[in-house]
Ligand binder design. Sequence first.
Ligand SMILES: Nc1ncnc2c1ncn2[C@@H]1O[C@H](COP(=O)(O)OP(=O)(O)OP(=O)(O)O)[C@@H](O)[C@H]1O
Length: 556
Amino acid sequence: MNKIVGKEKKLIMIFLVLSFIASTIEISFAPIIQSFIDALTNRELNMVGLSVLLFFLFIFFNFLFHYLATIIEFKLLKRIHLISKNQIMTNFLRLNLSIFRETTIGEKINVFDYNLEIYEQYYLENIFLVIQNLFVVSISFAYLLYLSPMISLVLFVCALLSFIIPSIASKKIDSLTEKNSKLKSKYLDVLKEIFGGFEVIKSFKVEKNFNAKHLKALTNLEQNNQQLKIQNNQFNIVIGSTQYLILIVCFCVSGYLVIQGKLSLGEMIAISQITNMVIQPLQLLGGAIVEIAGSKTIRNDLEQYVGTQQNHNKAKKIISNEFNVLELEDVSYPVNGAYKVLKNINLLFEKGKKYAIVGYSGSGKTTLLNIIAQLIDDYTGNILYNGQKINVGQEINYNTVFVHQDTFIFNENLKNNITLLQNYADSVVERAILFSELEEKNNCMGETIVNEKGVNLSGGERQRVAIARAVIRDAPIILMDEITSALDYKTGRQIIEKLLLNKEKTMIFVTHDLRKSFLNTMDQIICLKNGIIVEQGGYTELYQKQGFFYRLSNAS
Ligand SMILES: Nc1ncnc2c1ncn2[C@@H]1O[C@H](COP(=O)(O)OP(=O)(O)OP(=O)(O)O)[C@@H](O)[C@H]1O
């Protein structure tokens, strides 16, 4: 975040200059009052007139420079807000699947919502406030030192109080804001769960249970929120009370000096005016320091999203679409320490060939596709594309398309759901629509946004959208995870037949469809059991072997 703020040097400089001028003008009110009262006391009418003119000039310039400083402050806040959110989203989109899945959706949304809000409100806005008020306090002190060194010393000692209290308070505020962020993430997760699982909740008539879950999450959040507000308020009241102490002490000392004849009445009023000018900023500074220090954990957390992850996840370059062979050498996927979802996988995928990966549920088929698609890269072993080693974390990708088991539909029209907001010629989109047998649906939906206003797609239609997404893209390797599970037999068969007509593309199907008519068209069947390749070969060869594949086929 600091880097983002640092890039705005020009605006920050303008803000500093404007703030300095605005503060100097603010302080000038005291000497004008002093000259006005002294002129009245000495009956110098010319000076009285000049002081009145200075009052009006003060009002005008005070307004002008504070206004300009505020405009620049808002401009800076807007830019930092835009750049940081954009940077965080860029970094999220660069994450691989494993890291992305380490946090919940609620936690991720909360980074943009509560955490950035705290960063801006507790940190950035307070930094501006500190800058402006430090100017006012320092200039006031300098002027006070000129008027009365003794009072400025008294004021300085008292002012230290305003800095001691925040340092005690900030730890408590920090832990409360951090807890608030966690509770807000949990609350967002519950909201996401309820809205995402609405159909399930309604079908099983468990509205009351989820209402209770929502209320519990909300109550926890609100309780902590209230505690945070009370704590903040308490510290502000304490800081406010110390300001009265400062005022009283300064009044007593300056009154004593007037009695002693060491100060004129005009000087005493100017001093009390300056003291007032110091007290208010000191109070604001105290509150600001509590909030700045109280947002430390959240700021460190944000830094992770803006900075560190960015370095780990640089934008990847896609290497040439010229494809001959993809090799997996001794690939394993360890999760939870010793447990491996995939164990020592050695495979060779050649240009234009068709492969089927089969096995019982949970045997690691989808994980294998995820690794081939480079969606997860925390595996061990090697992947070689045309003989070139694709190291984990390397900044290159090869081109694949992946038709997932579950199809996510975006809030866009049908065509945009296929193109995924990329530019394609109309004819290319039409071809993909025809291929996936969606023309009728497309004709009746037109520009309608798919997911809104209750216009939903059936499971089979979603699956066909996913197929259209794959065929529209020019990738040499197509990965397909159970692509016909939601389609009727005839449609599924037609689509598979059309896919297999393409002799250029390498296709890898994960499938539970063990029918001979389909598997016989595959160049190779790969059998996975508990993350291990137990058999591989052509249909007839494997069937006649009467091993794992034979038992799997006959069990289905
Ligand atoms: N990151 C992970 N952490 C822990 N377990 C994981 C992780 N990824 C996958 N698994 C587990 O690995 C196993 C294999 O999952 P995978 O989705 O690859 O199976 P599958 O063969 O595709 O199953 P299905 O046919 O039911 O879709 C599952 O038990 C899954 O819970």
